[in-house]
Design a protein around this ligand. Structure first.
Ligand code: COA
Length: 379
């Protein structure tokens, strides 16, 4: 065994390790989030999702004409190749939407109209293509599964509005439109989180944008990442009344189980997205006469904080927002992906510009110098 291996220090889970530089977003541990220098609190109130897409891809807010050009490009990229539509129709009925999304994003790569062009401008166009097509894949899958007609997007609608329209087949009213816009802005990027890291690792090998986004989708799917919001909804179903909250949480903690939608690797205080999502959730629950679920969430939040000192993360109130917008639980993570694809592609473009292979090492802790025994003599 070499001393070099023995002396290696393992940073378990890469906690606190800065593995790349970025200009897209900055996660400040004491409760702030910035997209290219702009506070998320300002963006969520004053920007559109399309402005945020432009900001993350270019690190600058767009002018009116740049925004108009982006909107038009996004709209023109909402369509899907026939082969992808056929596969959506034949996807196994028991499969999870994130499994289907992972496969179809990879499949889309086969039909990229600029397959052999790896220039920066072609990759930027690919980013827009994916940002537009991911919500279409999800919407179409839902329409097919519920045996409903496909919905043609409306040019005058915003991107977020069209997504909800294509998914549900019903145009959003002003409150729903506002909620969806904010949801998309709040989920668009978040530093070097696990799925973004996966995308950057893939891009760092020089592989293509579709491969990088496929890696990211597979990573987001996990329950400790984007998959948490679906489990939050399950918890809300399992807790029948406000009176049951305390016992439920205590038994989860006694069993050393994680409460979904709580805790964070970076934030030491409340996740800055959480307060906005709580506010959106309260408004939506009020109008759908479902304040009882909102109050259940508030009680869970207070109880977990009191018992464990941790705060809700982005996935906790996002579950309530999705539910109030009529999105079925199994689609929650794919809505997250439909916004985060913007951050992923922005990071992939940065990774190509940096052109470095991301390849850490490991500390070997297995046996060493063993004598090889032929298969006939092994017992
Ligand atoms: N429920 C209960 N306890 C939690 C918790 C949760 N959701 N999240 C963290 N903790 C506790 C841990 O048990 C640990 O306590 P201890 O020191 O008494 O052992 C402490 O807080 C630190 O947690 P740790 O697991 O080391 O943090 P991490 O940075 O490795 O994990 C998450 C971060 C997000 C993976 C973790 O908080 C989690 O699993 N949350 C639930 C899933 C979720 O909501 N994911 C979405 C993330 S945006």
């Amino acid at each position: 065994m070499t001393d070099e291996n023995k002396d290696r220090v393992v940073i378990r889970g890469l906690r606190g390790v800065a593995a790349a530089t970025t200009k897209t977003s900055f996660v400040e541990p004491f409760g702030s989030l910035y997209y290219s220098g702009y506070d998320i609190d300002d963006l969520v109130d004053r920007a559109s999702y399309e402005e945020v897409v432009y900001l993350l891809l270019h690190n600058e807010l767009p002018t009116k004409s740049e925004l108009a050009a982006l909107k038009s490009e996004l709209f023109s990229e909402l369509w899907l190749p026939d082969q992808v539509i056929e596969r959506l129709k034949s996807a196994s009925s028991g499969s999870h939407p994130m499994e289907v999304l992972r496969t179809e994003v990879s499949h889309l790569g086969e039909y990229d109209p600029e397959r052999d062009d790896n220039s920066d401008s072609a990759n930027k166009r690919r980013a827009i293509r994916l940002i537009a097509k991911v919500p279409t894949i999800i919407s179409l899958l839902h329409r097919i599964r519920t045996k409903k007609n496909l919905v043609v997007p409306v040019k005058e609608f915003s991107f977020a509005e069209n997504f909800l329209y294509m998914f549900r087949g019903k145009a959003a009213d002003p409150e729903e439109r506002d909620a969806m816009e904010r949801y998309m802005i709040l989920h668009a990027d978040h530093g070097l989180n696990a799925s973004t890291f996966a995308a950057r690792v893939t891009a760092g090998t020089g592989s293509d944008v579709y491969s990088a986004i496929t890696s990211a989708i597979g990573t987001l799917k996990g329950p400790f990442h984007g998959g948490a919001s679906e489990r939050v909804m399950k918890m809300l179903y399992n807790i029948n009344s406000l009176d049951e909250v305390e016992t439920y949480i205590q038994s989860m903690l006694d069993d050393k189980k994680k409460i979904m939608g709580f805790g964070h690797r970076v934030y030491r205080t409340e996740d800055p997205r959480s307060k906005h999502l709580r506010d959106i959730a309260e408004k939506l629950c009020q109008r759908t006469n479902n304040l009882v679920t909102y109050h259940k969430c508030k009680k869970i939040e207070d109880t977990v904080h009191e018992k464990k000192g941790i705060f809700p993360n982005v996935d906790f109130y996002a579950a309530l927002v999705m539910n109030a917008l009529g999105v079925p639980r199994e689609f929650f993570t794919s809505f997250f992906a439909s916004s985060r694809v913007t951050g992923w592609t922005a990071h992939v473009l940065e990774q190509y510009a940096d052109a470095v292979l991301i390849r850490p090492t490991s500390k070997y802790i297995g046996e060493y110098g063993r004598e090889f025994i032929s298969i006939e003599k092994r017992r």
